[in-house]
Ligand binder design. Structure first.
Ligand SMILES: Nc1ncnc2c1ncn2[C@@H]1O[C@H](COP(=O)(O)OP(=O)(O)O)[C@@H](O)[C@H]1O
Ligand SMILES: [Mg+2]
Length: 259
């Protein structure tokens, strides 16, 4: 069953129809990548799914409950279960790693203060940064900062996480590491996973299913193998060809490099 289902999503800015009619879903436990060229509206759709953009048309359903027309207060409840990691993934520079990871737990009073250290420690362990609680964001590399942001999202124990361009700007070793982490978090905590990216390299190895957003609609949705067979659309052909060059069919993700 779909944990999140979007039907006929529409988004218009003045004359510009960015999303015309988008049908998209993510099943419970699935790893789905929403891909498409830059500017196709991927981030927009993701933000609409957690109530950060108004919805101009269509039906949004999370866990069997329609959320299309919720009030801001009700969206806060949805965001407790559907977390999102933004492209910027910003940490608070004035807070230690511990306080950054604990931030949402404290703000939303999800755990008593006495239980927070354990949860923070577990979450940092889950992103391969154990024992970094006392560090400051500026002491960490960009890749490590991204993983702290990931730990902060994981600490909330969401049912679903949406990652916007999680591997953007990372070197190949860190791309592999982040991909493994996202898969690991799905497997370890059962977090239903949606990745938004214009980069097909990762999508083909990590995803159960891909959805290709093009000209305001999902032009194709299917497994990586189904995607490789479908090359009738010129833009999709370009995407698939790029992924073929980068990662041969069936290649598995190499073991994690040593830190
Ligand atoms: N707040 C906004 N106001 C006006 N136009 C916007 C706004 N947000 C996004 N857009 C437009 O919507 C389109 C899709 O943006 P976005 O979702 O960021 O694309 P993607 O994430 O696929 O690169 C872009 O053309 C952008 O100009
Ligand atoms: Mg984007």
């Amino acid at each position: 069953m779909a944990l999140y289902e979007v039907r006929g999503a529409r988004k218009v800015f003045g004359e510009q129809v960015v999303l015309d009619s988008v049908d998209f879903h993510v099943d419970e436990g699935e790893f789905v990548t929403l891909c498409g060229v830059s500017g196709s509206g991927k981030s927009l759709l993701a933000k609409m799914m957690i109530g950060l953009h108004t919805i101009d048309g269509g039906t949004f359903t999370f866990d069997g409950r329609e959320v299309t027309k919720l009030h801001e207060r009700e969206w806060i409840g949805v965001r407790r279960e559907v977390g999102m990691l933004f492209q910027e993934g910003a940490l608070f520079d004035s807070m230690t790693v511990f306080d950054n990871v604990a931030y949402g737990l404290r703000e939303q009073r999800l755990l008593p203060e006495a239980e927070i250290p354990q949860r923070v420690s577990e979450s940092l362990g889950a992103v391969s940064l154990p024992g970094t609680e006392a560090r400051w964001p500026k002491e960490l590399s960009g890749g490590m900062q991204k993983r702290v942001a990931l730990a902060r999202a994981v600490a909330m124990r969401p049912r679903m996480l949406i990652y916007d361009e999680p591997t953007e700007g990372l070197d190949p070793i860190n791309v592999t590491r982040v991909n493994r982490l996202l898969l690991g978090l799905r497997d370890r905590f059962g977090i239903t996973t949606m990745v938004v990216t214009h980069n097909m390299r990762s999508a083909f190895v990590t995803s159960d299913r891909l959805a290709f957003l093009h000209e305001g609609r999902i032009a194709l949705s299917g497994s990586p193998d189904e995607f490789r067979r479908h090359d009738d659309d010129p833009i999709l052909r370009h995407f698939v060809a790029a992924s073929r060059l980068d990662l041969p069919t069936g290649e598995s993700i190499p073991p994690p490099p040593l830190r």
